[in-house]
Design a binder for this molecule. Structure first.
Ligand code: FMN
Length: 171
């Protein structure tokens, strides 16, 4: 899929077919996150790729908005170190946002749907994934082929009006 089509076709996909994602495609999706830019290239992130059904089902309980992870073909957990100071925390979450979007766009380009989930129960998420106590499982990204409708450019996205959001030269 062309980049512009992938940008327009990406949407949160939360219902998936039972088809597995080929390993090469899953690795390519993870590589998109690995290639993402980060502040001073510090790459303060780790990605845990999960395909085990019981792990996916367990992960679906770590947040009230994580139900879709149970039925996903795979999930990528985005893990960050814990920071005491606001600056490092802000920057690390900015960086994670870039990795997230790279992963989601790469997935869309391959026809794979992706759906965010936050994480509420850190202790459970760490335990399921074997993440050390000094790190947080910041987000989960569910992955799988859409069971609702194919990934095609969304012609009328649910967004604030373009001219209200995009300013030219001044606010
Ligand atoms: C930081 C962040 C956290 C999110 N957390 C969740 C979540 O926990 N569960 C969920 O179903 N969607 C979650 N979303 C998805 C948003 O609801 C979604 O991106 C937004 O409604 C726009 O829809 P779209 O992605 O389909 O364009 C999250 C998105 C972001 C950026």
């Amino acid at each position: 899929m062309e980049t512009w089509d992938a940008i327009r076709a990406r949407r949160n996909v939360r219902v998936y077919t039972s088809d597995p994602i080929p390993e090469a495609d899953l690795l390519q999706i993870a590589e998109a996150g690995w290639r993402a830019p980060s502040s001073t290239n510090r790459q303060h992130w780790d990605f845990v790729v999960v395909t085990d059904r019981s792990q996916l089902e367990s992960l679906s309980t770590v947040w009230r908005g994580a139900h879709h992870i149970a039925g996903a073909a795979a999930a990528i957990a985005l893990v960050v170190p814990q920071y005491d100071d606001e600056r490092n925390r802000l920057v690390s979450y900015y960086d994670l946002g870039q990795a997230t979007y790279a992963i989601m766009l790469a997935a869309t380009g391959l026809g794979v749907g992706a759906g965010h989930s936050s994480v509420g129960d850190q202790a459970a998420a760490r335990s399921i994934l074997g993440v050390p106590d000094d790190h947080d499982v910041a987000f989960l990204i569910g992955l799988g082929y859409p069971a609702d409708r194919p990934l095609r450019p969304v012609l009328t996205p649910n967004r604030r009006p373009f001219d209200e959001v995009v300013h030219r030269g001044h606010w």
